[in-house]
Design a protein. Sequence first.
Lengths: 152, 99
Amino acid sequence: MSHTRQYELVYIVSPEASEPAVAELHTQVEQIVQRFNGTLDKTENWGRRKLAYEIGKAREGTYVVETISGSGELVKEIDRRLRVTDTIIRHLIVRVDEDLRVADRLRSERKATQARRRTARGLPPEPLPSERRGDRDDMDTDDLGLEPEVQR
Amino acid sequence: MSGERGGRGRGGKKDDKDKKGGDRPRGGGFFRRRRVCKFCADKIDYINYKDVRLLTPFIPERGKIQPRRISGTCAKHQRALQTAISRARQLALIPYVTE
């Protein structure tokens, strides 16, 4: 009935939870995914990581990233379940298929143009990562006042 | 550092529009910074919110998002950057504020 979409789920497990508890959560997610006829494409465990700010009392947490394909109802259920699970201190679900598709398209388009230009010019236009001007002093001088006779 | 420029820029109001278009060469030892969008230059199509290393250059000490006028990011990528940063913040990868 509904479309298959790809989602990315990231959840942070409380530092008090043990390794098996984290694995248990993973199987729980897996079960929900199976129940809704979705697929679990990828799982990444980042391990314990320091949080940028405290969540509740936790200063660190175990990050798990899962890539899931499935329907919206599936995600709704996962979201609900994660919300009520105490050991999960934070979670985020993002739909990624559209963004990735756009990125893919851009990449292939760029490749095509690049190839075209390369053959036209006959040189390898491998662009360098452009220099980011980062020095603040430069900016300050700009703010001090620019010459009015800029256009000439 | 105000001494550097003292004699010349007196009375010249700053003009942001000129700053942007002013890439034509002029003699006189004054040059415009080239402002290139990092994401355009590096050909990053999808700004991944999980990639902290990618995002940190756009977050100064205070924890705020660096404005476009400073970072030089193009509008399209600044928008994407915004969402990426807010997501990373939710996941405590990046602080909301730093004192």
